[in-house]
Design a protein around this ligand. Structure first.
Ligand SMILES: Cc1ncc(COP(=O)(O)O)c(C=O)c1O
Length: 400
């Protein structure tokens, strides 16, 4: 990979060979199939919230826009007031970190890239749960690391097995990654399993990275942090793309032991410098906003309604699909075997012929060739139902 043709002097121009680990993402394939916007496409593939963020806060943002300091560079680790507010906010899940163990990041995605950059030397290993959020494998491999997969099977409700995680640790292991609440499965981690894996990480001297992007998008139960069980080992990261639902503002956070956060800040100072001041001001106002809990309640209630609609439509129109009802996050993860044995070609056919987009399971790990991920928050219930009806139609299912 990387030869972009000859330059004027006849020497080939070359890009990094590392790019091969980022080979075509399923998201790109889906976008390329769709062509120009406007056709009647039901988009169920992206993890985008569709409800507006709190509009009350927009007026205050307009005030911020009038202040010259809004246009200045923000500190590399983020605005001190926002770091304080995040440390305070995290207490709700049981996480106990101080202001200097938190940094604000220009998105959750950049936090993942920066954290892995800080951790990995070529040849180092990271344990990923199969299935997991699709960004992790490519980033680890791009940085010269290796992925060791540990399967979380649907039969166990996609809960990882601490014994299997323990067996996967060796002297090249730098970190274990858990996504909780989970993307793509909607699973909320069993607290005993979370604790066992945190204690394992602490005992074996590896980092445990917990991606809590969906910590407030929970329908049954609640998210509990494992950080108190392994405060020297847990690195937590999150995003403001899901709560308050502002993915375009590109803002996230990371927390962890002080020496890790110092290393993170040093890397970030070279790679990204810092996050947008304006985005930070918006989120700071949001975290301090007295209407926040009511707002979250109303969003979660609407998402729950859509989750229920998706589950019902799946049972009706795709009766052979096997899935666990999602308890959190934004996705329903369904096994379509034996009707589907190549989720990528099924997703392509679904997009081009039936105008519905879903993510093929292959994006999330090696053992997912028969799975699809359906985002249930991004469309109102009627459109969601129609999209799932078309999935059943594409499969030739008898449901009606
Ligand atoms: C589990 C998980 N982590 C991190 C992110 C990254 O969020 P962002 O880059 O929008 O802040 C996402 C986005 O979908 C996600 O699902």
């Amino acid at each position: 990979m990387g030869d972009t043709g000859a330059s004027e002097t006849g020497m080939p121009r070359r890009l990094s060979s590392r790019l091969s680990s980022l080979a075509a993402s399923p998201m790109k394939i889906i976008d390329s199939l769709l062509g120009p916007a406007g056709a009647d496409v039901i988009r169920l593939h992206a993890g985008e919230p569709s409800l507006p963020p709190p509009l009350e806060l927009v007026d205050s943002l307009v005030d911020d826009l009038r202040r010259p300091e809004s246009y200045a560079y923000a500190p590399t680790r983020g605005l001190p007031e926002l770091r304080e507010a995040v440390a305070e906010e995290l207490k709700r899940d049981g996480t106990s970190v101080s202001f200097d163990e938190v940094a604000i990041t220009p998105s959750g995605t950049s936090a993942i890239f920066s954290a892995m950059s800080v951790l990995l030397d070529p040849g180092d290993e990271v344990i990923l749960v199969d299935p997991t959020f699709m960004i992790y494998r490519p980033v680890i491999e791009y940085l010269g690391g290796r992925v060791r997969w540990v399967r979380a099977s649907p039969e166990r409700g996609f809960q990882p097995d601490p014994d299997a995680v323990a067996a996967a640790i060796n002297d090249r292991t730098k970190a274990i990654v858990l996504v909780d609440p989970d993307n793509p499965t909607g699973r909320l981690l069993d607290p005993d399993i979370g604790r066992a894996i945190a204690e394992l990480a602490q005992d074996r001297g590896v980092y445990l990275m917990v991606d809590e992007a969906y910590r407030r998008i929970v329908y049954e139960g609640s998210y509990r942090s494992v950080q108190p069980y392994a405060p020297d080992s847990v690195i937590g990261l999150g995003t403001f793309s899901k709560d308050p639902g502002v993915p375009g503002l590109r803002l996230g956070y990371i927390y962890g032991p002080k020496d890790f956060i110092d290393a993170y800040a040093s890397f970030n100072g070279h790679a990204f410098f810092g996050a947008s001041n304006m985005s930070q001001l918006y989120v700071l106002r949001y975290l301090r906003w007295e209407g926040r809990e009511k707002f979250i309640e109303s969003v979660v209630a609407e998402y729950r309604r859509r989750r229920d609609a998706a589950v019902k439509a799946m049972r009706r129109y795709v009766p052979s699909a096997r899935f666990t009802e999602p308890r959190a996050s934004m996705y329903l993860y369904a096994d379509l075997s034996p009707l589907v044995n190549d989720a990528e070609s099924f997703a392509s056919r679904l997009a081009s012929k039936y105008r519905v987009t879903v993510m093929p399971g292959t994006a999330f790990g090696p053992a997912n060739r028969t799975f699809i991920r359906v985002t249930f928050v991004s469309q109102p219930p009627e459109r969601l139902e129609e999209g799932i009806r078309r999935i059943g139609e594409a499969l030739g299912e008898a449901g009606q």
